[in-house]
Design a protein around this ligand. Structure first.
Ligand code: 5RP
Length: 220
């Protein structure tokens, strides 16, 4: 089965988690895009959506789905988003699409995080995928030196500016044995907006697309 079919299958399965009459938090990326396309078919059943990026906002609006500002909303029952890597504790690396900060904000306001991913994203240990870090532009040199000092190999993502007007540094070589501790530590570097570890707020459920169907994982 090709990867896009697996993504479409998990996107479809995520619809069962939507709470009728409520707001849905919507992630960013190719898997989230499949979810948006599925959401379009039931848009009359939801109050609207909160988008985790400008790209997601445009796609939602293109389907006629009302997009609300997060500050107009107090509660989002369910957030649906993809991941670059996910482990058995449902901790994730995210930010391959550069939307990590807004994704983390929407996830923080959401009661349930449903991760949708094809089977290739499930890993025993996080860190093969380079860890995205969003950086305030004037702090780039400082943040790079700090990341190098803790054993990382930071690389500036070329020709890329986030929706917040910042830069992304992709970091290889970090040993992620304690994702919660590393998430905290990286966020202490002055000039870092946030990093792509979602360990303090992992997913609650992962819908994993495999050749044998969609598996539902909960944290181990
Ligand atoms: C974007 C993300 C995405 O969820 C992540 O990159 C996965 O993307 P895809 O579904 O295209 O594989 O974190 O910032």
């Amino acid at each position: 089965m090709i990867q896009d079919e697996l993504k479409r299958n998990v996107a479809r399965a995520a619809i069962a988690h939507i709470v009728a009459g409520e707001i849905v938090g919507v992630g960013t990326g190719s898997t989230a895009n499949f979810f948006i396309d599925e959401l379009a078919a039931i848009r009359h059943l939801i109050r609207g959506a909160v988008a985790s990026s400008e790209g997601t906002r445009r796609r939602l609006e293109g389907h006629g789905i009302a997009v609300l500002d997060l500050n107009e909303v107090e509660r989002i029952p369910v957030y649906v988003d993809g991941a670059d890597e996910i482990n058995a504790a449902l901790q994730m690396i995210k930010g391959g699409g550069g939307a990590l900060t807004r994704e983390k904000i929407v996830a923080a306001v959401s009661g349930k995080f449903v991760c949708i991913a094809d089977g290739s994203k499930l890993v025993p240990t996080l860190g093969h995928f380079p860890l995205p870090v969003e950086v305030i532009p004037m702090a780039l040199g400082h943040v790079r030196r700090e990341l190098t000092a803790i054993g990382g190999r930071p690389e500036l993502r070329g020709d890329f500016v986030t929706d917040n007007g910042n830069l992304i540094v992709d970091v290889r070589g970090l040993e992620i044995t304690d994702a919660i501790a590393l998430e905290t530590r990286l966020n202490q570097i002055v000039g870092v907006v946030t990093n792509g570890l979602f360990a303090h707020r992992p997913a609650d459920v992962c819908l994993l697309g495999t050749a044998d169907g969609v598996q539902t994982l909960t944290a181990k």
